[in-house]
Design a protein around this ligand. Structure first.
Ligand SMILES: Cc1ncc(COP(=O)(O)O)c(C=O)c1O
Length: 400
């Protein structure tokens, strides 16, 4: 092989000197101005800023109520808790997710039951239906990489009506048959971590049409108290505590940032979509690279661009692909190891063979960089690196 074509992992010159992250936030001057205005407003937590953000979020997602919280993980805790899940209960979910999804179930003393995924990489309705038992209290779908899970299909497949939580940490701005993410499940949870479509630094939200669920979540966000500090003015200074909660509040500055970013959500999702289309076109010719699924009727919010490596056709195993991309300065990564095979879950009975499709895919997935401030040249670097690695791997594979 020509030394100039050698990948960095085999001694060649890396494609990049400055590493290219897999995800990154975008901050405009209007966002900075919004946070500064919040800082000057005299209110640092609570106040109108948080409710303004919540109303905008509910309106954008076509949900009756939005409750903004400290992060996407506690949004899940609050959602699962609001459905009354507790010790002895089971919650059916997917193993192809961030561990926070299942941890929320475990923290309440209940058991996550891992069903398999479908071609869309989301919870498979038939597999989820088979996992339902008399102890099942709810299901949690995950909109993997930004693609909304088919919740109507899941509801139709279930042997009895059960509440569904959509963990939509990846998919704000996506839609299913024209219905916005946030309007499909009994409770939808969001994350505003910096790599997500919009960010508040750390932050999250629960969305629901059910006023009773919204009320439980809102109270538990604030220690279970019957009134907030904002409401205890004048003669109304007394409060009671009616349920166990904690401090899961978002600050006023975070809410101001979220409201500012939310105004650009459609542009952000469109930009992410254009980058994904461009990747699809450029990667289609590389042997052994499977592109993300694009099921009919679903608009992905493209949180992540995740390819599938077929080790035989590509020439090497997935782990080598990630190592080799990183050596090139492309910060490829894995979303995710199968949750039921993580040590914590193995100790609780997780075994290989539980969800064969998810387990196989988790050995083949590679997340490559995708975020709105990334340039076409950045994207070209990722593709050139992948090409170079594949050519080298295939040459090695045929020589051995
Ligand atoms: C699918 C999923 N659920 C939940 C979370 C937790 O969100 P947060 O980081 O805001 O706590 C994440 C975070 O990335 C996630 O990817």
């Amino acid at each position: 092989m020509n030394p100039a074509d050698l990948p960095a992992i085999a001694g060649g010159v890396p494609v990049r000197t400055q590493p290219l992250a897999y995800g990154r936030h975008r901050m405009d001057e209007s966002d900075i101005a919004a946070v500064v205005a919040a800082l000057r407003s005299g209110t640092l937590t609570g106040g109108d800023g948080v409710s303004t953000f919540e109303h905008a979020l509910a309106a954008r997602c076509n949900a009756g109520h939005a409750v903004a919280v400290a992060n996407g993980s506690v949004a899940l805790d609050l959602a699962v808790g609001a459905l009354g899940v507790g010790p002895g209960d089971e919650v059916v979910t997917t193993p192809l997710t961030f561990v926070a999804t299942a941890n929320a179930v475990l923290r309440l003393g209940a058991s996550p039951i891992f069903a398999d995924i479908g071609d869309d990489r989301c919870l498979d309705p038939a597999s989820a239906a088979r996992a339902v038992t008399s102890r099942t209290k709810a299901l949690i779908t995950v909109d993997y990489s930004g693609l909304p899970a088919d919740i109507p299909a899941l509801r139709a497949a279930l042997p009895r009506p059960l509440p569904i939580i959509a963990d939509s940490a990846h998919s704000l701005g996506g839609s299913l048959h024209g219905h916005a993410v946030g309007s499909l499940a009994d409770i939808t949870t969001l994350s505003f971590h910096p790599v997500k479509q919009i960010t508040t630094g750390e932050g999250g939200a629960c969305l629901t049409d059910d006023p009773l669920l919204a009320d439980i979540i809102r109270r538990r966000r604030n220690h279970g108290m019957t009134s907030t500090a904002d409401e205890r003015t004048g003669a109304l200074w007394k409060y009671d505590v009616t349920t166990l909660g904690d401090n899961y509040r978002l600050t006023t500055m975070q809410a101001a940032l979220g409201a500012s970013q939310l105004r650009r959500l459609d542009d952000i999702v469109a930009e992410r979509g254009e980058l994904a289309d461009r990747y699809d076109a450029m990667l289609a010719g590389i042997p052994g690279v499977g592109l993300p699924p694009r099921p009919e009727g679903r608009r992905s919010a493209w949180h992540l661009y995740v390819i599938e490596i077929d080790p035989e056709a590509f020439g090497c195993a997935r782990d080598i692909v990630i190592d080799a991309l990183r050596a090139e300065g492309i910060e490829a990564t894995l979303h995710y190891p199968a949750v039921h095979l993580l040590s914590l879950y193995r100790e609780r009975g997780g075994v290989p063979g539980t969800a064969p499709r998810a387990e196989r895919l988790c050995e083949r997935l590679v997340t490559i960089p995708l975020y709105p401030t990334m340039t076409a040249a950045d994207q070209d670097d990722a593709v050139v690196a992948l090409h170079r690695i594949q050519t080298w791997a295939a040459a090695h594979a045929s020589a051995s």
